[in-house]
Structure formats: structure tokens, C-alpha cells
Design a protein around this ligand. Sequence first.
Ligand code: NZQ
Ligand code: ZN
Length: 385
Amino acid sequence: MLNFELYNPTNLVFGKGQMEKLADLVPKGAKILLAYGGGSIFKNGIHEQVINNLKGHEIVEFSGIEPNPHFETLMKAVAIVKEQKIDFILAVGGGSVIDGVKFISGAVNYQGDPIEILQKRILIKENAVPFGTVLTLPATGSEMNSGAVVTIESTKEKLAFGGSALFPKFSITDPTVIQSLPKRQLQNGVVDAYTHVMEQYLTYPHEGHLQDRIAEGILHTLIEVGPKVVEDPANYELASNFMWSCTMALNGLIQKGVPSDWATHMIGHELTAMYGIDHARTLAIIGPSLYKVMFETKKAKLAQYGKRIFNLEGTEEEVANEAINKTVEFFHTMGMDTKLSDYTKEYNNTAEFIVKRFEERGWKGLGEKQNVTLEKVKEIVEMSY
Ligand code: NZQ
Ligand code: ZN
């Protein structure tokens, strides 16, 4: 097993009715920036619950953090935090709002142009404005990790950043909030979390047996509850297992001591930046092609996955191949289209465009063995058309 450090200071407050604890979780006397998205929190009553539990605090509201949050929007909040001398930020929303708040938190005291946090991928290790979250959409794991993804609208770049100062102080995760989610977002949540596990599991055989078994446990659970929770989000047993699986998929635990990939995400982010395709759907487009193109690197692990997750039998080659087909089948069950041409008809130069961007950024070898070269990226994207 590889050496590792496990640091995760987020206080995860999970379950029905946990919103009541908000008053105790927020620092006493803090002036709060309440940050949220396009208004779903007004329709499902979460805004009212938050306000009721923050009585006595001075609150400044910042609305309009869009899906795939924009740097340009977030910089307006940075200005407000500085002008209004905000002490604490509360993110109420899905991955986009939480990621947006991570950027605001890091940018306020950043010495330099905050766009560098994205373009130079600056690690934020100190001087972040403290923040907490109320999660409304299980998917990204952002509620219990220190990473985030922000889009620069002017250049259409979607870039990841993070750092140890960007863990939420607390996250309230109440599975009943998923009842107001559109089916599409529930489907997205399952497939995003599933792919997070795949990025950390589907590499090559290693000595992290426990990490593998935990990863497989999350995959099994998502396969079991995913299709059902989309149809019955009011079922607490389904909702709670779905929500906890999403958090566990990307709170750092299963990544410790083992290799990880993340190339599907890096390529997928480009499809969102170019065509506005939902994050999870870009993963359903790219993942299966990546597994095929990188078959020799991933074959042994694909076979383990096929045997343990889908009970497949046969030679290593056969099981590995069939495991990819089963994954695509699962994505279809979860309502995903898995080809780029299902989303846009203007896809012809996508591969060249992405390769050029990666080249400019110096990303010459992605993946667990840095062998997803630019040629491979081209092949993967073209196979996804
Ligand atoms: O903006 P509002 O009105 O709130 O509506 C949102 C939004 O339109 C709506 N929604 C959220 N909770 C709801 C709800 N509607 C009804 N009821 C509720 N309870 O859902 C829509 C999508 O929200 P968004 O936050 O964009 O979705 P998600 O949580 O999937 O986040 C996606 C973003 O997270 C990034 C993605 O790249 C993307 O930008 N990721 C962040 C990661 C991280 N920080 O670790 C890892 C992921 O791989 C991912 O890259
Ligand atoms: Zn993701």
C-alpha cells in the first residue's frame, strides 16, 4: 500500500431534521453571507428553514450561483465579502454552489489576481474565509472534500482547484431534501458518484484491499438504490443510502494509499465547457470509451470489477470487456445517453480542440500511469462521438 495522510476536518451532520443544528454550528455572532443558486431553495422551503435557524445573525444574501459556477459571478460575491466584512459563508445548494463558495472563500484573501487560483491551480492552504454547507443535491462529494471546479465564462475554461483550507467547517446533509430534485438531477447524482468511485478504483491491481472493498461496496449500493431512488425519492431508506454513497465516493477515503485516474473527469469538463452538457452526462460519454482505449492498462482491474460487481465469468479478457458493456447498460438504466452525438450535432472538431487545450496546459499524460497521452485523448473523444 502507498503511504498516505488522511486529513478531513469537515463535521458531517447527517440525517432527517439536522437543520435544527445549524444555529449551533455557525460561529456565534458571525455576519453571514448566505450563498445559493437559481432559487430552488425557495420552492422546497430550505431557504425558510435556514433563515429560521440563523435568527440573531446578520445575513447578507448572494443568489444566482449558476450550475457549473462562473468565475465572473463569484467575483461579485468576493467583493461583497470584503465590503460587508463577512465572517462566515453558508453555501446552500448542490456541488455548484458549494464549489462556488470554495472559490469565494479562497479568493477573498488571495494576494494576487484570483483568476490565478484557477489558471495556475494555486493550492489554498491558509487564509480562507470559513464556510459551512447545507447540501441539497447528492452527487459531487463537495460537501466533504476540499476540491472544486469553476468555469471562466470569458474563455470557456472549466478548471479544478482546491487546498486543505477549503474543507467545509460543517455540512448538513439531510436525505429528505432530494424529494424536490428533478429526475434528471437524481440520475446525474448517481452517475457522478459512480464515476468518482471508478476514477479511484478502476486503475491496476494494488495492495489496497480494503480500499477496493469499500469502493466495491459503494458501487454495489449505487447499482442497488440508484434506479429505485430516481422513481421514489421520498423513500428515506433509498435516499439516505444514495446520499451517503455520494459523500463516501469523494470524501478522500477510498483514494488513500492507492493510484487514481481522473482522466474521465478532465476530458468531461471540456465537454461541459464547450457544450454545456451536465457534468455527470459527460462522464457517461467519456468513461466507457476511456476504458476501451486504455484496456491494456486497466484490463486486470476491469476483470476484478466484472467478477465482483456483475458476477461475470470467463477469461480475464472476456470479463473485462463485458464489464464495460455492463457499465454502459447501467448508465442507460440511469437515463444517460452515452454518445456525444446524442447531445450535439456540432461535435466534429471536439477531439482536436480538447487536445490543443491540453497541450497548451502541458497536460501530456493523464491517468494512473500518465499514459493517457494526447493521442489517446484524441482516440477516446473520437470513440465517444
Ligand atoms: O440553482 P438552483 O435553483 O438551486 O437549482 C439547482 C441546479 O439547477 C438544482 N437543485 C439543487 N438542489 C435542488 C435542486 N432542485 C430542486 N431541489 C433541490 N433540492 O439542481 C441543478 C444542478 O445543481 P448543481 O449544483 O450544478 O449540480 P451538482 O451537485 O451535480 O454539481 C455539479 C458541479 O459540481 C462539479 C461539477 O463539475 C459541476 O460544476 N463537481 C465538483 C466536484 C467536487 N467539488 O469535488 C467533483 C465533481 O466531479 C464535479 O466536477
Ligand atoms: Zn464528478
